[in-house]
Write a protein that binds this ligand. Structure first.
Ligand code: ADP
Ligand code: MG
Length: 266
């Protein structure tokens, strides 16, 4: 049975976890997304690449219904996000966790309290219970030894790791990372990449990684969307992306290598 909310295209589109179909979005005069289409398969890690301001975060905001397209449709597991009630949207945002760029933690709370913050809001947990729950999720990112520390004691990479553990505590079906390695040094970036990779390999977590870090893309992504001037310039496998002879892709890859060299020199 199909309902009016569900899509009925041939080729079983339900197989896609997320489907963007011809999405357009403007803010006033400013056209941000222009005919954006791509899909995300269950268990896959998809990188969304593009220069700063191209619409990567705006794309993520559409995926969890914080923004609505002017035109086009976005389906999550076959359901059109635009037709979801507030209650369904709340449920959607529990199923799809967002890890923001800042990975903001509460400074006055311990790592354990930060990780269990959302769970504790729903069910009151005793201190020891909260600590045990926190350890469970910290183990998933291999950081259980941080459980009794405070954010001020953590490196940037570890802060990002704790933010990821907090996202996992919501037991999501998918996780969206917005620039997880921005402002993180190369060694810490490698740690973040390892975490994302591990969550994919070990738990088959469906993931979207918004970034302009090509090393991270190389390490974690199976497919790549490259946005340019609001359009999808490339959508395909990671290997096809890195082997592409397309001028714009070559330029994008080169500019990232220059940036990496500059960072290493500092
Ligand atoms: N809520 C909003 N209102 C108006 N303009 C916005 C809003 N959100 C994003 N924009 C604009 O949309 C463009 C894309 O933003 P964004 O998706 O954040 O870029 P990035 O690719 O760096 O993540 C930017 O020009 C930004 O200023
Ligand atoms: Mg952004």
């Amino acid at each position: 049975m199909q309902t009016s909310d569900s899509r009925t295209l041939p080729g079983d589109p339900r197989a896609a976890f997320v489907q963007f179909e011809h999405v357009y979005k403007s803010f006033g005069e400013k056209k941000v997304l222009f005919d954006v289409s791509f899909d995300l398969r269950p268990g896959e890690t998809l990188a969304i690449l593009g220069r700063s301001g191209v619409g990567k975060s705006v794309t993520l905001m559409h995926l969890v219904g914080f923004l609505r397209p002017d035109k086009g449709r976005i389906f999550v597991k076959g359901q059109d996000v635009a037709t979801m009630s507030e209650e369904q949207l709340t449920h959607l945002r529990q199923r799809i966790s967002l890890v923001f760029q800042s990975g903001a933690l509460f400074d006055s709370l311990s790592v354990a309290e930060n990780v269990t913050y959302a769970i504790s809001e729903k069910h009151s947990l005793g201190d020891e219970e909260a600590r045990e729950e926190a350890i469970k999720y910290l183990q998933m990112v291999d950081l259980e030894e941080l459980v009794d520390l405070y954010p001020q004691d953590l490196s940037t990479g570890h802060k990002r790791g704790v933010a990821i553990a907090r996202a996992l505590a919501a037991q999501p079906e998918a996780i969206l990372y917005d620039e997880p390695t921005t402002m993180v040094d190369p060694i810490q970036s490698q740690l973040v990449a390892k975490l994302i990779r591990r969550l994919h390999d070990q738990y088959q977590l469906t993931s979207v990684v918004v970034t302009h870090d090509l090393k991270l893309t190389q390490r974690v992504a199976e497919r790549v969307v490259l946005l340019e001037e609001g359009r999808v310039h490339f959508f395909g496998t990671r290997d096809d992306f890195f082997n592409s002879s397309d001028t714009l892709i070559r330029e994008f890859v080169k500019s990232d290598q220059v940036r990496a060299l500059q960072q290493a020199a500092h």
